[in-house]
Design a binder for this molecule. Structure first.
Ligand SMILES: *[C@@H]1O[C@H](CO)[C@@H](O)[C@H](O)[C@H]1NC(C)=O
Ligand SMILES: *[C@@H]1O[C@H](CO)[C@@H](O)[C@H](O)[C@H]1NC(C)=O
Ligand SMILES: *[C@@H]1O[C@H](CO)[C@@H](O)[C@H](O)[C@H]1NC(C)=O
Ligand SMILES: *[C@@H]1O[C@H](CO)[C@@H](O)[C@H](O)[C@H]1NC(C)=O
Ligand SMILES: *[C@@H]1O[C@H](CO)[C@@H](O)[C@H](O)[C@H]1NC(C)=O
Ligand SMILES: *[C@@H]1O[C@H](CO)[C@@H](O)[C@H](O)[C@H]1NC(C)=O
Length: 348
């Protein structure tokens, strides 16, 4: 062999990092309406909220029939919606995922995230088995805050939501329609739950140095999607039952076996906790609570106060028929492209 050249070079593994909420947003992402008038309403309001929040770059719209922009944009499996939690040992942010009792997210995904650079974004798995859809972004969010961590936790809170309803009832509004979306579905009362919420807050508090008082309580109610049962109808209000089977691509089913006697839950009012955070602004679902007079909308007002007290300016969009009735809200229907240039490794 003549003339062969040899050169030594060192190779490095490039990490696959997820975005975290504190990164600056470059583009807000959603899915084009493709002639669907309901998605069109959502997009028009989303775009107005984007503009009002001061994000000047135009919406980036995928052309797809799947309106659930969040999972596809970051190439994570549907069951593993992620948010990054920046704890003291996680300068690149930390992934939060849902687990269903003993069932963890798929081994491939979990193992991948755990093995990267000795768990640089080591996932925290919160219990989501009490939810029909079962994603962590249905009850938790991370919000910027001027504290030592730079963030606090937004937590879905049934207590404050029930409080405003009870107050309205005492104020003589007991027979007012609970939801004010148009056209109104039948009134719903009773059966509100929230199993598992407190557990996740406790885990959060253990995993961060946040004080309980720093948690932002976002008034949210969950109701049973269907009576307890078995089979596909046990999972979703519409009985579509998607996700019970193994995917054609070999991905496991979204759900584990139903526990007899347990009803899975979903947000009763469009839930602003499932929002998209853009710096000190936040775009979430308009709750369509009961209207007490033309100026006050119960639930919506409480949600706005919650964010406002945390120094976050909330913008609200109508996602009632585009996303809410399908089991998701703004966070599920959008995504973000964020600035990842910060030298997080310098903090290691
Ligand atoms: C966008 O926001 C600016 C500044 O708040 C406002 O002047 C303008 O009218 C808004 N544009 C649209 C299309 O809403
Ligand atoms: C954040 O808090 C620090 C110390 O409490 C204070 O000096 C600083 O002005 C605050 N920054 C903002 C943007 O409020
Ligand atoms: C509110 O949620 C807690 C769990 O966080 C649950 O224990 C409680 O039963 C819920 N309240 C109602 C009225 O459903
Ligand atoms: C919960 O709310 C959904 C959506 O409004 C409704 O279809 C369902 O019947 C409610 N479930 C119960 C048990 O009231
Ligand atoms: C639900 O279906 C599973 C699997 O077919 C079965 O093992 C279980 O006993 C059923 N549970 C109920 C409450 O019918
Ligand atoms: C609407 O109701 C709120 C709270 O009950 C009250 O403070 C406000 O004055 C009312 N506004 C009008 C126009 O009646």
């Amino acid at each position: 062999m003549t003339g062969a050249l040899w050169r030594m070079t060192s190779l490095r593994v490039a990490l696959v990092l997820t975005h975290q909420q504190l990164q600056r947003v470059d583009r807000l992402v959603s899915v084009a309406d493709n002639g669907n008038p309901i998605q069109n309403i959502f997009l028009a309001e989303l775009d107005a909220a984007r503009n009002a929040s001061g994000l000047w770059s135009p919406l980036f719209l995928f052309c797809d029939t799947d309106i659930w922009a969040h999972p596809s944009s970051i190439a994570f499996a549907r069951s593993t919606l992620v948010e990054a939690l920046r704890g003291k040992a996680y300068p690149a942010g930390r992934v939060i995922m849902g687990k269903h009792h003993d069932l963890l997210p798929s081994e491939g995904m979990l193992g991948f995230l755990q093995s990267q650079w000795d768990g640089i974004q080591d996932p925290l798995n919160l219990e989501t088995a009490w939810l029909a859809i079962g994603h962590v972004d249905e009850f938790v969010q991370l919000l910027p805050k001027n504290n030592s961590l730079g963030f606090t936790i937004g937590d879905a809170d049934n207590k404050s939501a029930l409080e405003v309803l009870r107050k309205a009832e005492k104020g003589g509004r007991g027979s007012t329609r609970a939801r004010s979306n148009d056209p109104p579905p039948s009134d719903q009362t009773g059966g509100f739950g929230g199993l598992g919420q407190d557990d996740s807050t406790t885990i959060h508090l253990e995993e961060t140095s946040l004080a309980e008082s720093e948690i932002v309580r976002v008034p949210t109610l969950f109701n049973a999607t269907t009576p307890s049962g078995n089979g596909s109808d046990a999972y979703t209000a519409g009985g579509t039952g998607f996700g019970l089977d193994w995917g054609e691509d070999g991905t496991p089913s979204r759900f584990g076996p139903v526990i007899p006697g347990i009803s899975l839950t979903g947000a009763f009012y469009p839930a602003a906790i499932n929002d998209i955070v853009l710096g000190q602004s936040d775009i979430g679902a308009r709750a369509f609570g009961l209207v007490t007079n033309s100026t006050v909308i119960i639930i919506q007002e409480a949600v706005e106060d919650g964010y406002c007290n945390a120094g976050i300016k909330g913008y609200f969009v109508n996602d009632y028929y585009s996303h809410h009735t399908g089991g998701g809200e703004v966070h599920c229907g959008t995504s973000t492209l964020r600035d990842m240039s910060a030298r997080w490794w310098a903090k290691l």
